[in-house]
Design a protein around this ligand. Structure first.
Ligand SMILES: *Cc1c(COP(=O)(O)O)cnc(C)c1O
Length: 349
């Protein structure tokens, strides 16, 4: 458990609702959302559809369930989806598409800019042959490993998929981070896809919830699949109020998180020469690869200093969010500096 004083950089999922968000939650008007009668859920869905430029939006408990519901909407049992080999919907969702949907994953290598290559997509689409599964869906991701994928690339991948009659789903868990970085609207980015999933529970700061938005014709199937997956909630307005607050108040501030990530990267780039094997920054994330012999001592040192970083190895992922202040950046930078300047490291100098 992090103490009150720790700087928790493990993920942007660790954000906690503040007083203003909690007050919206406490005062939310509610009804039975399975009957379509929760006014706060309805208001959130309408607002999200508007921001994402889609005809419909449906509130989900989690991004994993939202992605799976989209996959089940686009694919039948025995179908196949194309997906980046380290995209969340393949790598981090417990194989749900195949476990529950009978859908096969066909993975493509993620390109340097985070997109999928047109030629790889073309080569992966199966011809109509009784030996083969039917390729039905292309699943994209933005941001991916923190990178905001250029919209031209995302759009080229989607267009290629459409030439073969595939549907396109965009896992935009951090879509608003991509929009802030690219200085485009979320709706413009989302327009490449038939359905788009956006998490309210990450940098936007809501305690739970994800939106699945898309063309109106998918709404019935999306809601039905949510029900199949156990995601029909009742007086969900209490949670939706937090999401609505997040959409109305926490989108424009995402650029501050990107600014703080850039500042930390800047400070780390000024560490004694050779301290780190690799360092990069993208949107709200900083990636640090220490030399092998420093890995465990550095993690322990940072933890003792109250700077919490997730346990990915060998590259550490440092994630900024609304719980991190300018002082937090300074504390994190100072902790790194102390480690490398005060001889805790075995490989620097
Ligand atoms: C967090 C995340 C999700 C959804 O995760 P949940 O924890 O199920 O809400 C989906 N895709 C990406 C890229 C994510 O980062």
């Amino acid at each position: 458990m992090p103490s009150d004083k720790s700087v928790d950089l493990r993920s942007d999922t660790v954000t906690k609702p503040g007083a203003a968000m909690r007050s919206e939650m406490a005062e939310a008007e509610v009804g039975d959302d399975v009957f379509g009668e929760d006014p706060t859920v309805n208001a959130l869905e309408a607002r999200a559809a508007e921001l994402l430029g889609k005809e419909m939006a449906v509130f989900f408990p989690s991004g994993t369930q939202s992605n799976l519901s989209a996959i089940l909407t686009h694919c039948q049992r025995g179908d196949e989806m194309l997906v980046g080999d380290h995209y969340h919907s393949f790598h981090d969702e417990a194989g749900g598409a195949s476990a529950l949907g009978g859908v096969a994953y066909s993975t493509l290598p993620v390109q340097e800019d985070g997109s999928l290559d047109r030629d790889h997509i073309t080569a992966a689409v199966r011809s109509d042959d009784p030996h083969y599964p039917r390729t039905r869906l292309l699943c994209l991701e933005n941001t991916t490993s923190g990178r905001a994928v250029p919209t031209a690339q995302l759009s080229a991948a989607a267009e290629t998929a459409r030439e073969f009659g595939l549907r396109v789903h965009l896992d935009g868990a951090r879509l608003f981070n991509a929009a802030a970085e690219l200085k485009e609207t979320a709706a413009c980015i989302a327009s490449v896809a038939d359905t788009v999933s956006v998490c309210l529970s990450k940098g936007l700061g809501a305690p739970a919830g994800t939106i699945l938005a898309g063309r109106g014709e998918f709404e019935y199937a999306v809601r039905r699949n949510r029900k199949i997956l156990g995601g029909g909630m009742r007086q969900a307005g209490v949670i939706a109020a937090a999401g609505l607050y997040a959409l109305n108040n926490n989108i424009t501030r995402l650029a501050e998180d990107h600014g703080r990530a850039a500042r930390l990267a800047d400070e780390l780039s000024a560490l004694p020469q050779g301290s780190l094997a690799e360092l990069s920054q993208a949107t709200n994330m900083v990636f640090v690869t220490p030399h092998e012999s420093d890995l465990e001592p550095l993690h322990r040192f940072l933890a003792r200093r109250g700077v919490m970083i997730g346990n990915r190895r060998p590259t550490m992922r440092i994630v900024f969010h609304l719980g991190i202040t300018d002082e937090g950046v300074t504390e994190a930078a100072n902790a790194f500096r102390e480690f490398f300047e005060n001889d805790h490291s075995t490989s620097a100098q």
